[in-house]
Ligand binder design. Structure first.
Ligand code: FAD
Length: 405
């Protein structure tokens, strides 16, 4: 039995353990993770790690010795299968039963799979964990063409890396623009044009019918109009399903994620949830219940629970931020643009340094900044305050954002 048992050894789980020890939590801590690796950073998986520019050791969240030094027990390569909230125990895949004082559910999510024929063929890949990317890297030498299904950040980042490696890449997107779920039209059109300029074929408004097979391996993607795109590798980046089955089966409220309050408490006593799997009311989304899939949210929710468990509760109220790297483009995002009613472009996208400022009822709700770190840094305060700004100077990149607050 452990005073704190953390389920999931990813960004959120690792940060919860780190923050507890930083805050002088003296009880016992264990972290169970179903991957074999010590906690590592996931963002490089579709960026420098896939490119081969960063060895695995350099993406570890802490050096291997850290965990034992801090007396954080790591139980890896093992899944929590069930939770008993009355006995306050969990059962692992190998049958072991572990008791807890507090349980922190930090399981992230599993990549959504295609539902069509051929979805599990050799050559069809998700990009969620190290094993996924190592399998891709091992196949790459024999791959002459790649199809990426899904024009979200992960699909586009993978497309950028693989294109730079000299592989012909086609990106398929069901909607009429890439990044439709997370960004406004100007940003989508900019990235679409960038990828095309780098030689990526982008097909919008397309539906995948099935994956074509030969000898158990993918050999192409068939579209609904019967076009076949030949390829030996298919990368599927169509979102995740939060890994919450066991905790919902134990009686926790939720559905798309496990429901938590501002302290990251679930409806079960002494059970908390953080990171990609936690559905919470977010002030930056008009207090709608959402899940955020970002390192920021994972770390900040982990800190929220650590504060609560060390007797200094503070509600989660962090401004969302995110980044993406594609080619030499550094995108930095602050706030949530969902539901915006105006998108104002500052600077010239053709110059490859500009920002999109999103407004809702006159208030700044988010910024997407491409190679424009100053706007990102200064715009953050506007988002935090929900500042009302005059759109005319806002559109003038020569006017610093900090003068508009
Ligand atoms: P995870 O990091 O996924 O950790 C959850 C862990 O729990 C996993 O190891 C999982 O296998 C394990 N687990 C699940 N169920 C169980 C169980 N029952 N028992 C034991 N273990 C279990 N965010 C950004 O902010 N910027 C980026 O640029 C960015 N790029 C990304 C690129 C890629 C390819 C991916 C996949 C994600 C990216 N993200 C990025 C998102 C970010 O990595 C996630 O938001 C973050 O990892 C969430 O942390 P988490 O701890 O909630 O989940």
């Amino acid at each position: 039995s452990y005073d704190v048992l953390i389920v999931g050894a990813g960004h959120a789980g690792a940060q919860a353990a780190i923050a507890l020890r930083q805050r002088k939590f003296a009880g016992t801590i264990a972290m169970v993770g179903d991957e074999r690796e010590l906690p590592y950073e996931r963002p490089p998986l579709s960026k420098d790690y896939l490119a081969g520019d960063k060895p695995f050791e350099r993406i570890l969240i802490r050096p291997a010795a850290f965990w034992a030094e801090r007396e954080i027990v790591t139980i890896l390569g093992n899944r929590v299968e069930t939770v008993d909230p009355v006995a306050k125990t969990v059962t692992l895949g190998d049958g072991a039963v572990i008791g807890y004082g507090a349980l922190i559910w930090a399981t992230g999510g599993s990549p959504r799979r295609l539902t069509c024929t051929g979805n599990a063929l050799r050559g069809v890949h998700a990009v969620r964990n190290r094993a996924d990317v190592d399998r891709m890297i091992a196949e790459l030498p024999d791959v002459t063409r790649i199809v990426v299904i899904g024009g979200g950040y992960i699909g586009l980042e993978a497309a950028a890396v693989l294109t730079k490696m000299g592989k012909p890449v086609t990106v398929l997107e069901a909607q009429d623009r890439v990044l439709a779920r997370v960004a406004g039209e100007p940003l989508s059109r900019f990235f679409e044009a960038e990828h095309r300029a780098h030689g990526v074929e982008i097909r919008l408004n397309v539906t995948v019918a099935c994956i074509e097979e030969r000898d158990g391996a993918a050999v192409g993607v068939r579209l609904a109009d019967d076009t076949i795109l030949d390829c030996e590798m298919v990368i599927v980046g169509i979102g995740i399903e939060p890994a919450v089955a066991a905790v919902l089966a134990a009686g926790a409220d939720g559905g798309n994620g496990v429901a938590v309050d501002a302290q990251c408490r679930t409806s079960l006593p002494d059970v908390y949830a953080i990171g990609d799997c936690a559905a919470h009311a977010n002030r930056f989304a008009d207090c709608a219940t959402i899940r955020l899939e970002s390192v920021q949210n994972a770390n900040d929710q982990a800190n929220t629970v650590a504060k609560l468990l060390t007797g200094a509760p503070e509600p989660y109220d962090a401004v969302p931020w995110f980044w993406s790297h594609q080619y030499d483009l550094k995108l930095q995002t602050v706030g949530l643009s969902i539901g915006h009613d105006a998108a104002i472009v500052r600077g010239d996208p053709a110059a490859r340094a500009f920002s999109v400022v999103y407004l809702k009822a006159g208030r700044v709700v988010a910024l997407d900044c491409v190679n424009a770190t100053r706007d990102y840094v200064q715009g953050r305060a506007l988002v935090e305050r929900g500042a009302i700004v005059d759109p005319v100077p806002l559109a003038d990149a020569a006017v610093p954002l900090k003068t508009l607050a």
